[in-house]
Design a protein around this ligand. Structure first.
Ligand SMILES: Nc1nc2c(c(=O)[nH]1)N[C@H]1C(S)=C(S)[C@@H](COP(=O)(O)O)O[C@H]1N2
Ligand SMILES: [Mo]
Length: 299
């Protein structure tokens, strides 16, 4: 049968799989089609004009050092990761600390599809149709306290599932962080899927961060811990190379990486480079977060 009505789908299947991991697939399966960005504020709908790269492109050329340092290593090696069942420990200054299954973490929240530009620091760029939950919705549900000024995210530490962690190329586990106002910005997503399908392991299954105005390394993958803290968290790439990677990591064509220019970017799979946009093109929405900050010093 091609089109299934809601009553044809066992409720367990809806709640456990489709609703959380791939809403588009689920909506299509019950004949509703894609709602996409319809319910979003106008400022977020501008992204409708972006043309996503192919599923193959988005899932074949990745950075995920837990599975090797080559761009094609994650696709080859990430099959050892077991993203289900999965839990996320919520800690720090928060009213509802607990170890949540991913399903519990997102229960009661509405998944959305967002077509975002994505930019890796080495100057490749792509556009991906992510499925996920606005981080702000999750944070509101968890109710951080007044001392929570930053949010810290930590990747799984398990050299059996993540063989790249047997090598000391980075300080494991991978850690990233956001200032609370960045975390609460409506563009910031906890992503669980892409192209209407559950997130493939190489893209950070089952849940990863996407902050579209920042360089890709802020998008910590396979998250097992969310901690609400008072001080700016120490982050993996900043620890590894403090002169190359700052905490803020806003896409800024005017600040060169010490080893290469960031003034231009190359769309993945294309030959010609184009100028890099400030805040990756999201300046109208996010520039106010950094008013008064020197973005050359706070790179
Ligand atoms: N845990 C973990 N998260 C990570 C990385 C990593 O090595 N480990 N690499 C980062 C970098 S440098 C980039 S560019 C993006 C790549 O995400 P993608 O594979 O979805 O394109 O993931 C980020 N998240
Ligand atoms: Mo990156």
């Amino acid at each position: 049968m091609l089109i299934r009505k809601p009553q044809d789908i066992p409720s367990r299947e809806i709640t456990d799989e489709r609703l959380f991991w791939g809403r588009r697939e689920w909506l299509a399966s019950i004949g509703l089609g894609l709602v996409g960005a319809a319910g979003l504020p106008r400022s977020l709908r501008a992204q409708d004009s972006l043309k996503p790269d192919s599923y193959d492109t988005i899932t074949s050329y990745n950075n995920f050092y837990e599975f090797g340092t080559g761009k094609e290593d994650p696709k080859e090696n990430a099959h050892t990761l077991k993203p289900r069942p999965w839990s996320v420990s919520v800690e720090g200054d928060v009213k509802n600390p607990a170890r949540y299954s991913v399903e519990e973490l997102f229960r009661g929240l509405t998944p959305e599809e967002r077509i975002y530009r994505f930019r890796c620091v080495e100057a490749w760029a792509m556009v991906a149709p992510w499925l996920g939950y606005p981080l702000r919705d999750v944070i509101k549900k968890l109710e951080p306290g007044t001392k929570a000024k930053y949010v810290e995210f930590t990747t799984l530490l398990d050299p059996v599932q993540m063989p790249g962690q047997r090598r000391g190329v980075l300080d494991w586990p991978y850690v990233e962080g956001l200032r609370m106002d960045e975390a609460m910005h409506p563009l910031t997503l906890l992503v669980t899927g892409v192209y209407g399908k559950p997130l493939p392991n190489q893209n950070g299954a089952p849940v990863r961060l996407i902050v579209p105005w920042k360089y890709g390394f802020k998008g910590v993958k396979s998250i097992v811990k969310i901690r609400f803290v008072e001080k700016e968290p120490a982050t993996t790439w900043n620890i590894a190379a403090p002169n190359e990677y700052g905490f803020y990591a806003n896409v800024n064509p005017n600040v060169d990486h010490p080893r290469w220019s960031q003034a231009k970017e190359r769309p993945l799979g294309q030959f010609f480079k184009r100028p890099t946009l400030m805040f990756n093109g999201y300046g109208d929405q996010v520039a106010s977060l950094y008013a008064g900050m020197d973005l050359r010093a706070n790179y």
